[in-house]
Design a protein around this ligand. Structure first.
Ligand code: P6P
Length: 337
């Protein structure tokens, strides 16, 4: 149910204003920026909801920097975010999963300049079969003392100012953190407003669900295989499996009901498949703010990874604190547990 305060629904904009009180240094610039993201996601949601009625199924015809076939909706989502953020005036640099390079929108001249990185439509290959997809975003301050966009974006996840995602699922939900808890809003199509529906979300410390693409089991390093063997069997975890193949959908379930998601290194992609900057960092920020954990190669916390390139990939193990610790006992200690 939508949450009310003094009998009134709480919109995303109101919530951001309330959050500003926790950040005395924050000016209205941050909320103005965030309104650009929410506007873009409302536009994206309107297209996603009409897929099949309007011509947005299928490929656009090109291949992106990731080597993936670009879907028509990828372009629509990417353009929506670039246009709305471009008009905000306080976004110095944007970096998109769809674009080769980060893009300078405004030169930095004050402290109220931000960097926004995003995956405009993650899991877009699921659109044509009506499976949930998502937008993932993360916000950093734009450093004045760094030359060049390529360098300015290379910040560890610990420097994130805010992060979030929008899940275009059975309803359209926005989940975000600005470092003071994790909060969920549901888009009310009648009002066209995101209304607060979950506040200060805390991930259960443990749950009996794991989420991984088991078709690649034989390609995972042996410790991951041993963990999954343990997790499936009664004497170990006796867990159930849930895997959509759309990161935001798989993560959101774990945020709300607990468990563990992993995309291990594989023989084909030893550095992992998921992108550090605009997939794993934002979800790691949310997971840790909700009491969970997020680890990369060798168990290193995701948000401590120093990026070398804006499109860096990383293995990912993320979810409930105790589930992740269980898995890391196998992964970090190759000796039999
Ligand atoms: P696989 C979608 O393409 C995506 O980037 C994530 O949304 C998802 O978690 C992952 O890839 C699925 O990858 O190899 O299981 O199809």
């Amino acid at each position: 149910m939508a949450i009310k305060r003094d009998g009134q629904y709480v919109t995303f904009g109101q919530h951001i204003q309330e959050q500003q009180q926790h950040f005395p240094s924050a000016s209205g610039q941050f909320s103005w920026l965030m309104s650009g993201i929410t506007l873009a996601t409302k536009m994206i949601a309107s297209y996603v909801r009409r897929a099949g009625l309007i011509d947005v199924w299928g490929e656009e015809g090109s291949t992106n920097v990731q080597g993936e076939e670009v879907k028509k909706l990828d372009i629509i989502a990417n353009d929506a975010l670039k246009k709305t953020l471009g008009y905000r005036g306080n976004v110095g640099i944007i970096a998109s999963e769809e674009d080769d390079e980060p893009r300078v929108l405004q030169e930095v001249d004050d402290d109220d300049s931000y960097i926004v990185m995003f995956d405009p439509l993650d899991g877009s290959s699921n659109i044509d079969v009506n499976v949930s997809v998502g937008t993932i975003f993360t916000i950093f301050r734009n450093p004045k003392d760094v030359e060049g966009a390529e360098k300015s974006v290379l910040q560890p996840g610990s420097k994130q100012v805010a992060a979030g995602y929008v899940l275009y699922g059975s309803s359209t939900v926005l989940v975000y953190t600005a470092g003071n808890g994790v909060h969920q809003f549901t888009l009310d199509p009648q009002f066209g407003a995101y209304l607060l529906t979950r506040e200060n979300i805390k991930m259960p410390a443990h749950a009996g669900t794991y989420s991984v693409n088991e078709a690649y089991l034989h390609r995972f390093p042996e410790p991951y295989q041993r963990y999954l063997g343990w997790a499936k069997h009664e004497e170990g975890g006796g867990y159930k499996s849930r895997y959509v193949g759309s990161l935001v959908a798989d993560f959101h379930r774990i945020l709300i009901t607990g468990g563990i998601f992993m995309y291990p290194p594989t023989t084909e992609q030893p550095a992992g498949k998921l992108r550090l900057m605009y997939e794993c960092n934002p979800l790691a920020f949310i997971a840790e703010q909700a009491g969970g954990l997020a680890a990369g190669e060798g168990g290193q916390p995701i948000m401590e990874i120093e990026p070398a390139d804006v499109h860096d990939r990383t293995p990912l193990v993320i979810g409930s604190k105790d589930n992740v610790k269980e898995a890391l006992r196998f992964i970090m200690d190759p000796v039999k547990v």
